[in-house]
Design a protein around this ligand. Structure first.
Ligand code: BDR
Ligand code: CA
Length: 327
């Protein structure tokens, strides 16, 4: 169990106290969510206040069970889990045919249960409080010090912003995985998965005026582990063993895929090393109907509130992720 909330670093002979980054990880595990959660749990510069769960890569029930099982596996059962929304908006906003396509896409990428790797049955339960209320109460009691890190559909975050108008002033900012500003989408030609799941929520979050760092496909898709990259994680920590197993199983189950993109891990990395990413200020809106459903439209604006990741030092990012996972 981690009990320390500060890290001491020796810098030119003096001791410097570094505050940990307090975060709530809003997640829909999800293969790459798994890596991101393990990173956040392992980093000695992050304090995970809780996991809030959203449906997306699988049903809410499955994503919740996956989060609980992962914490059990990692022996981190003190980290609280709060269940949020199932994020099924797309079910009512898209045609039956489009929704079927979407479901096959997510099953192909993440399997029926959301994960391509088995985890032990969890021996913990989620907390009773709704995820949205947890987000609000943590933001209020950690004013100015809490960042939200959504790596799934943005439903819970939008609900929290709507329910508590002060939330925007209480949080430090949002680092989110979603969107495709200057590149094509991955669910459709226009839409990235997390945004496609709930474009209305995404639009509300992105236009909220809150300081956002947007880690979209522009920087995440091209940062990947390759099929033959078997030495990427060389150690034997619990996390590394699980991720090796996961990558192995993903590449076996998807013989046509040679790359595993590090979408969600890069978003956690952006909290720790924002300097590895080149950011440009934009206004971002989301198309909520019609053929471009789920498209994120970015308009450059130096005064905008959304810093869009437009470039990344891929090799260094991969190295940093592997170093954190090795701890
Ligand atoms: C995003 O969609 C999900 O499938 C991944 O977990 C990631 O958050 C990438 O488009
Ligand atoms: Ca995710």
């Amino acid at each position: 169990m981690q009990i320390c909330c500060r890290r001491e670093t020796l810098l030119e002979g003096s001791i410097v106290f570094m505050e940990k980054n307090k975060i709530i990880l809003d997640t829909d595990p999800g293969n790459d969510d798994l890596l991101a959660i393990i990173m956040a749990l392992k980093s000695d510069l992050i304090e995970v206040r809780g996991l809030t769960i959203v449906g997306g890569n699988a049903s809410l029930e499955n994503t919740t069970n996956n989060a609980l099982s992962l914490l059990t596996y990692m022996d981190r059962i003190e980290v609280p889990v709060y269940v949020g929304d199932s994020s099924a908006l797309n079910e009512i906003s898209t045609s039956a045919e489009e929704f079927d396509d979407f479901k096959s896409h997510r099953i192909e990428i993440h399997g029926e249960t959301g994960l391509h790797v088995p985890l032990p049955k969890s021996n913990i339960e989620p907390k009773e409080m709704h995820a949205v209320d947890f987000i609000i109460s943590e933001a209020e009691s950690n004013k100015g010090a809490l960042s939200l890190v959504p790596i799934g559909p943005l439903t819970n975050i939008a609900m929290a912003i709507k329910k508590e108008p002060n939330l925007a002033n209480w949080i430090q900012g949002i680092h989110l995985m979603g969107g495709a500003i200057n590149v094509p989408g991955n669910v459709t030609q226009y839409a990235e998965f997390n945004i496609y799941c709930d474009p209305v929520a995404a639009n509300e979050v992105l236009s909220s005026g809150i300081k956002i760092k947007l880690c979209g496909l522009d920087i995440t898709r091209g940062t990947f582990v390759e099929r033959e990259d078997t030495n990427w994680l060389g150690g034997n920590s619990l996390g590394e063993q699980l991720i090796r197993h996961l990558l192995d199983s993903v590449f076996k189950k998807l013989p046509d895929r040679n790359r595993f993109s590090l979408h969600d891990p890069i978003t956690v990395l952006s909290v720790l090393y924002p300097e590895l990413i080149e950011w440009e200020m934009y206004d971002v809106s989301v198309v909520c109907s019609g053929p471009n459903f789920g498209q994120t439209i970015g308009t450059p604006n130096a005064e905008g509130s959304v810093a869009v990741g437009v470039n990344i030092d891929r090799e260094l990012a991969k190295l940093k992720i592997s170093e954190i996972l090795a701890t």
